[in-house]
Design a protein around this ligand. Structure first.
Ligand code: SF4
Ligand code: SF4
Length: 178
């Protein structure tokens, strides 16, 4: 299966429907920071340009707000395509162009596995630690803590149910790749 077919199958989108009006890019709150805008992502998918899509910052900077999908006159969902491309990049071990986001995702899943739910401060703290920004943000963290905005992590850790779901999903995923 070629790149375009894989993304279409994963995301449920038909890249051919996109007629490059760029309404998605115009509404995207992250477009200014992206190297390839949402409309260009769709164009590259259509042209089977896997390298360009998987190595873009766009697939990591997309915050999944779905403004692009809501604006598309063709009913195309660039948000779903972005998500699928990001998953593909992770599966294929393509180095993330925005390392902080990849670290955040990893921390998010690990936190779920540990606690069974998200503890925001832990995810933020681990992300900042691993990206070398912890010291800079300590005053802010302390202020939030003093105002009661940072809760202590849940104890005892209760991630066993989520770990089972995660393990099951992992096995299904492995099975589908054999
Ligand atoms: S809004 Fe829809 S049709 Fe227009 S460029 Fe974006 S995906 Fe393509
Ligand atoms: S879902 Fe992603 S690509 Fe679409 S508008 Fe939001 S940030 Fe931009």
């Amino acid at each position: 299966m070629d790149f375009r077919s894989e993304i279409e199958a994963l995301s449920g989108q038909n890249a051919n429907l996109c007629f490059q009006c760029s309404k998605c890019s115009a509404g995207c709150p992250m477009a200014e920071m992206m190297d390839i805008k949402p409309a260009q992502i769709m164009h590259n998918i259509r042209l089977n340009r896997k390298e360009a899509v998987l190595n873009s910052t766009a697939i990591w900077l997309c915050v999944g707000c779905e403004t692009c999908s809501a604006r598309c006159p063709q009913g195309v969902e660039p948000a779903a395509a972005m998500n699928s491309a990001r998953l593909m990049a992770m599966k294929e071990g393509v180095p993330p162009r925005v390392r902080e986001v990849a670290i955040y995702y990893r921390g998010f899943v690990d936190n779920m596995r540990l606690n069974g739910k998200i503890h925001d401060a832990s995810v933020a703290g681990i992300t900042q630690l691993l990206t070398g920004q912890l010291v800079d943000n300590l005053p802010l963290a302390w202020n939030l803590f003093k105002r009661g905005r940072v809760k202590m992590p849940p104890l005892p850790f209760r991630g066993s149910k989520f770990r089972k779901v995660y393990q099951k999903a992992f096995e299904i995923e492995q099975g589908s790749q054999q």
